[in-house]
Design a protein around this ligand. Structure first.
Ligand SMILES: *Cc1c(COP(=O)(O)O)cnc(C)c1O
Length: 456
């Protein structure tokens, strides 16, 4: 059923009653709203039977496709056993096994998992844990946080305070206790003759000068390791992670890695942290004090987030006194269905040797994107793991303003779900594309770019 503007019944009803996120609702007078009826594999199907390749994994969460039979089977099994039980005073097999599996992936460096449901809450928890553990240790003056230029850590009031994306933050500025913002190691900031590692070292030097002045008041530095996604896929050299680790150790500041977007294999390793060059005389791997995980962990099925903590942080709370314990209560913490979806997801990583398979998949996509990367109006083509990004050269500010929306609409017309961030076009496909889908993705992205740029 369609009205005179061609809108389907579902779209009309949605626009009337659903307040869509990250959207100016008025834009839907021209920007399409897609009514999804079902998904299978990498494809979403709309109510009119059209299909779209989900090239951004439905906001970076879907790792193994829609309606994945293996995840479905485990969820159906769990549904008949236990849908939910409170985690205070109770426990259950899915949450125990998930905590064990994740801790093992860090060699037990981060052996204690605390659960929530969304990424922003995981960030809130990490900030609270850092501050409270310092206070328990007699360092109550450490109440401030450091984040990177262009950082994104979620949009609740606490997470927004360590977020440096003006669009999301500025309107709520008066409500926030703004963090210190230091130079990003974004490789695009290279001066003539500088390598990405040089930019990382310069950013670490800027961090150190703040720590020299202020470390006594600072609880933690929070970093999106390797790729600052939401600001526009800003990528940096892994040496930054080792340098940040060393500085946080020297100045007694916690290091928080927000792996909500880059974790679960997105950056090429299971945790982005694993790509940091070993640091210190003993060549120990680099781990943060607190690590936040969400998005892909449940395979894109159910809301789940968690914070992994070191033994030292855990011990700072271990006491007979309740007020020295960590205080963060959430109704659905450790939800068994979400944990079971996560366990099914981790099992697929093991059974299908996903990280290696993705290496081959990434080579094919990169090769297929080569003509686009060489396009005269493509700037800073970049890739890390299963993330590709480039910036469109748009000289006219008026053309730049509508670029993202035009690209989104043109991509839909070419059976692709792609949603650029400003002038940055990026691909973040699920880890299941076959060769044909890899080639189709690259060819259609190039065609969409050509067509959008012809009018910009
Ligand atoms: C998406 C994201 C968040 C917030 O997660 P939500 O589940 O959307 O609250 C935080 N940090 C990073 C790096 C993210 O990409």
């Amino acid at each position: 059923m369609r009205d005179e503007a061609g809108k389907s019944d579902m779209v009309r009803r949605s626009l009337k009653s659903v307040w869509h996120p990250c959207t100016q609702m008025q834009h839907h007078q021209t920007v399409p709203l897609v009514a999804v009826s079902h998904g299978r594999g990498a494809w979403l199907y709309d109510a009119d039977g059209r299909r779209y390749l989900d090239a951004i994994s439905s906001w970076w969460v879907n790792l193994f496709g829609h309606a994945n039979p293996r995840i479905n089977a485990q969820l159906k099994d769990q549904l008949d056993k236990l849908e939910h039980a409170m985690l205070a005073g109770f426990t259950h097999e899915p949450v125990i096994r998930l905590s064990e599996c994740l801790a093992a992936r860090t060699g037990n460096a981060l052996g204690h998992c605390f659960y929530a449901s969304d990424g922003a809450s995981a960030v809130e928890i990490a900030l609270k844990m850092s501050f409270h553990s310092w206070r328990n240790a007699g360092h109550g003056a450490k109440q401030e946080f450091i984040c990177l230029k262009g950082s994104y850590h979620g949009e609740t009031i606490g997470a927004l305070a360590v977020t440096d994306v003006a669009l999301f933050r500025d309107a709520y500025g008066p409500l926030l206790r703004q963090a210190h913002v230091v130079m990003s190691p974004d490789a695009r900031g290279a001066l003539p003759g500088e390598s990405a590692a040089d930019v990382a070292r310069r950013a670490a030097a800027a961090l150190e000068s703040l720590l020299q002045q202020r470390a006594g008041h600072i609880a933690a530095l929070i970093v999106e390791p390797l790729v600052q996604c939401a600001t526009g896929m800003a990528m940096h050299d892994p040496v930054y992670l080792a340098l940040a680790r060393a500085l946080c150790d020297r100045y007694q500041v916690h290091l928080i890695f927000d792996e909500i977007a880059v974790g679960c294999g997105r950056s090429g390793t299971f945790f982005a942290s694993e790509q940091a060059p070993a640091s210190g005389a003993d060549g120990a791997p680099v781990w943060p004090d607190l690590l936040c995980l969400s998005k892909g962990i449940s395979g894109g099925y159910l809301p789940l987030s968690l914070v992994m903590a070191t033994e030292a942080i855990y011990q700072a709370f271990y006491d007979a006194d309740v007020t020295r314990g960590f205080l963060h209560s959430h109704s659905y913490t450790g939800n068994p269905l979400a944990c079971r979806a996560a366990l099914a997801t981790l099992e697929i990583f093991e059974q299908d040797d996903v990280l290696n398979a993705n290496r081959r998949r990434a080579q094919r996509i990169t090769a297929a994107l080569r003509p686009l990367a060489a396009h005269e109006r493509v700037r800073d083509f970049r890739q890390r793991g299963m993330i590709w990004a480039f910036d469109a050269a748009l000289d006219d500010p008026a053309a730049a303003a509508g670029f993202s929306q035009r690209f989104f609409a043109e991509a839909l017309a070419n059976e692709l779900l792609l949603r650029p961030i400003g002038r940055t076009v990026y691909l973040m496909p699920p880890y299941i594309l076959d060769d044909g889908e890899c080639d189709l993705l690259a060819a259609r992205t190039a065609a969409v770019f050509e067509s959008v740029m012809a009018h910009a």
